[in-house]
Design a protein around this ligand. Structure first.
Ligand code: PNS
Length: 158
């Protein structure tokens, strides 16, 4: 059985995240979606809210488990018996930093990282851009799942 770990801030989850997680599900036996509890940028949604959103989005996918972590990713990966870390790559601009992290994680714990190219239609998507667009009154439908779009609208209307 091969367990993959899809880590991220997920603040909020976008259709690009859903794409990469969904494609991981079709490759690996089990996928742990790991939400970093305290990302470096202060998040719009709390850790519990981000976990709940992802649990809702993957409620019908028995191969997916959502968890949160703090500290080193490799420590969490080892505690969960993870075989491989999965990262989505949107563009060459993602590659430099992702390569550095993959090499650091391999140095720290000999954990392998596999890159999945994000589907082209989501190549321009990021959680930060979604938040910018929505905050300024733009439509986020089609960029995030409906459940997330609804929560974003509620957040901006308060
Ligand atoms: O969605 P993001 O913000 O791009 O996710 C980044 C994340 C959470 C995957 C990355 O910041 C991370 O792995 N953080 C854990 C801390 C860690 O292990 N740092 C050393 C990795 S080289």
């Amino acid at each position: 059985m091969t367990t993959a770990l899809c880590p991220g801030s997920f603040d909020p989850p976008t259709n690009g995240h859903i794409d990469v997680i969904g494609r991981s599900v079709s490759i690996f036996d089990e996928v742990i979606v790991a939400v970093i509890a305290n990302p470096s940028k202060s998040p719009m949604f709390t850790n519990d809210e981000r976990v709940e959103m992802l649990e809702g989005l993957f409620a019908k996918e028995p191969k997916v488990r959502v968890a949160s972590f703090d500290g080193l990713l490799v420590d969490f990966a080892q505690s969960q018996g993870v075989d491989v870390i999965v990262k989505g790559l949107r563009a060459v601009s993602d590659f430099d930093y992702e390569l550095q992290m993959a090499q650091m994680n391999h140095h720290l714990a000999a954990v392998e990282t596999v890159f999945i190219p994000t589907s082209a239609e989501f190549g321009y998507l990021s959680s930060s851009l979604v938040k910018d667009v929505g905050r300024l009154g733009g439509l986020v439908d089609g960029l995030v799942p409906p459940l997330v779009a609804q929560l974003l609208k509620e957040r901006w209307s308060t």
